[in-house]
Design a protein around this ligand. Structure first.
Ligand code: NAP
Length: 246
């Protein structure tokens, strides 16, 4: 069978632990074997209350762990996985204001971790477009920037981590200009983000629409392969800039 994935091609499958077996955890577990991983462990809340399932015994032989749980669980999960010396990829959102604390934990444990509010490669490229837009509109104050985001009704944090990241990327180009963010939670929307610039005459909009969860899972598994053997805390944007071998 022809395999054109950048993520596969090594002889031995990597042993993967999936932490959080919700919507994302399930898509990742399903895709992992096609991308050169063997799912050796999956832990959902029933087996991992307060991180109780993250034990040396359970993690024996695990090469890398992918974590998609919830804002209230993620920090304890990171601490415990790092304490076991296991590298990890964290997709959970709603904790990035504590990134300095997590960096200390990761560096003190000597493990590698990749995190992102959004593991879709299209969104990572959107960040670059957003910066370019910020730079272009900087000289035209009659255009007022704004952000909107829409997600399914089950999403626990708002605004989305992705919306906050877009704002973080654009704001330096527009000092002193407020960028309001509006969130919608309804139905089953996988994720829509818009960066708009509105003037009296017209509106310019950049939009990213996720078609499903597979794009997030692809990016998370790409990061999982990359982080094996690395030390330190990396954003997914840094990983993409460094490239697969970096
Ligand atoms: N970075 C990205 O690309 C990306 C993409 C999509 C989603 N996300 C984020 O990833 C997270 C998960 O999203 P999702 O759509 O998969 O949500 P979800 O369907 O609610 O799944 C989360 C799962 O984690 C479980 N869980 C809660 N605490 C846990 C713990 N301590 N240990 C193990 N499992 C635990 C939940 O169990 P219960 O439901 O029983 O509590 C649930 O099954 C959210 O923060 C979301 O914003 C990020």
């Amino acid at each position: 069978m022809h395999d054109h994935s950048a993520n596969s091609g090594t002889a031995r499958p990597l042993s993967l632990a999936v932490l959080g077996y919700g919507k994302m955890g399930k898509v990742i577990a399903q895709l992992a074997p096609q991308r050169g991983f063997e799912v050796r462990l999956s832990l959902d809340i029933d087996a991992n209350q307060n991180g109780a399932g993250i034990t040396r015994g359970n993690f024996q032989g695990i090469d890398v762990c992918v974590e998609f749980t919830e804002p209230g669980a993620v920090l304890e999960n990171i601490r415990r996985v790092a304490a076991l010396g296991c590298n990890l990829v964290v997709g959970t959102t709603g904790w990035h204001e504590r990134v300095a604390e997590v960096r200390q934990v990761i560096e003190a444990s000597g493990v590698g971790m990749v995190y992102a509010a959004n593991f879709s490669i299209g969104v990572q490229l959107f960040y670059r477009l957003a910066r370019a837009a910020g730079e272009i509109f900087a000289g035209f104050p009659m255009y007022e920037p704004y952000l909107t985001e829409a997600h399914h009704k089950f999403k626990k944090d708002a605004p989305s981590g992705t919306a906050l990241e877009i704002k973080r990327q654009v704001q330096p180009y527009l000092p002193g200009r407020e960028i309001p963010v509006a969130s919608v939670r309804a139905g089953h929307i996988p994720g829509v983000h818009e960066l708009g610039f509105d003037s009296e005459a017209d509106t310019v909009v950049l939009r990213h629409t996720a078609r499903g969860r597979q794009g997030f899972a692809e990016g998370a598994l790409y990061a999982a392969r990359w982080v094996v053997g690395k030390k330190g805390l990396f954003s997914f944007a840094e990983v993409l800039e460094k490239g697969a071998g970096g």
